[in-house]
Design a protein around this ligand. Structure first.
Ligand code: FES
Ligand SMILES: [Fe+2]
Length: 327
């Protein structure tokens, strides 16, 4: 098993690990910054701990949950939600459980339909951007989308406006309308925001209606960003959050939260299938980029004015000291 990477910034961030609706009664393994983590439900909420039984190194996620305890599949040791082993079936009655019999527990919260884990001491008691996920719009959660690319490359791809006309031609853009208007970046209360960017979109959400969209990108943290979009000439609002779970330096899992004020009667599958298709198009690009790790030295690649969101993102990662998935 590879050792977890103590990234100076990401260690204290909340990472999305699963859709709440997908964690049932079975324990589930996820990977956060190289650490295998097991998730399981108790009466007091979801618990997260190192997915490794201290007895013989078996992943606890192979076991099962009983009475709020996680039972190892090999010899049935029982771990409570604090990571302590509270029952060893092979021990004769009256003998005490060695204090070393435990596995490290991690902070875990459930917010806006996702389960979040922090390996270190969380910077904030919960993901601070979660409050933007409850604005009275229709929510749709998507993922997990595994991607064989570094998490920062995937986030940057989401923040890149001038690829829409090529990678997503016919859907999010049209190569005959590829010029990007000038815009500025600003920062308020720790959120980095782009100015408005107009994009002609032949079919921006799978309903087959062409519009000119006004894009604003927002960067909340190293792995949490949002697109706020409105369609010119309509009252339609569309927000799309991207949350990325950095698993290894070159692999990650993306989750999305879509919020919109229209299409209440459109089946979820229409939007999900559309997003799946876009993601497949992006994967072809991000899984082939070199170097695989995102270069934070702004001299390393060539930037245009229209890349200001990406530049701001790279600067932010550098300022925070993110090393995982960057170079
Ligand atoms: S390996 Fe887990 S109980 Fe023995
Ligand atoms: Fe894309």
């Amino acid at each position: 098993m590879s050792a977890p990477i103590r990234d100076p910034a990401l260690w204290r961030e909340w990472h999305p690990v699963a859709l709440s609706s997908k964690l049932g009664t079975q324990p589930q393994q996820v990977k956060v910054l190289g650490e295998n983590v097991v998730l399981f439900r108790t009466r007091d909420g979801v618990r997260a701990m190192r997915d490794l039984c201290i007895h013989r190194g078996v992943p606890l996620s192979l076991g099962r949950v009983e009475n709020d305890r996680l039972l190892c599949a090999y010899h049935g040791w029982q771990y409570d939600g604090s990571g302590a082993c509270v029952c060893i079936p092979a021990l004769p009655a009256g003998q005490t459980i060695p204090p070393k019999a435990r596995t490290p527990r991690f902070e875990c919260v459930e917010r806006i339909g996702f389960i979040w884990v922090c390996l270190g001491e969380p910077k904030e008691p919960e993901p601070p951007y979660a409050k933007y996920g409850e604005e009275g719009l229709i929510p749709l959660r998507m993922g997990p989308y595994p991607v064989n690319a570094s998490a920062p490359r995937v986030v940057e791809n989401f923040l890149d406006v001038s690829h829409l006309m090529f990678v997503h031609e016919g859907l999010l853009g049209d190569s005959a309308y590829s010029e990007i208007n000038d815009y500025e970046m600003s920062e308020t209360d720790g959120v980095i925001r782009s100015g408005e960017i107009a994009v002609y979109q032949p079919d921006p959400d799978g309903r087959g209606q062409g519009v000119t969209s006004i894009y604003v990108y927002e960067i909340f943290g190293p792995m949490a960003v949002r697109l706020v979009k409105r369609a010119l000439g309509t009252d339609e609002k569309f927000h799309l959050f991207l949350f990325v779970l950095p698993e290894s330096e070159t692999a990650c899992t993306a989750f999305m939260l879509q919020l919109r004020n229209y299409g209440a009667d459109v089946p979820d599958e229409v939007f999900v299938e559309f997003q799946d298709r876009l993601l497949e198009q992006d994967k072809v690009i991000v899984e082939h980029q070199k170097p695989e790790l995102l270069p934070l030295d702004l001299q390393a690649e060539l930037h245009l004015k229209c890349d200001r969101v990406s530049i701001a993102y790279r600067r932010k990662l550098k300022e925070l000291g993110v090393t995982f998935g960057t170079e």
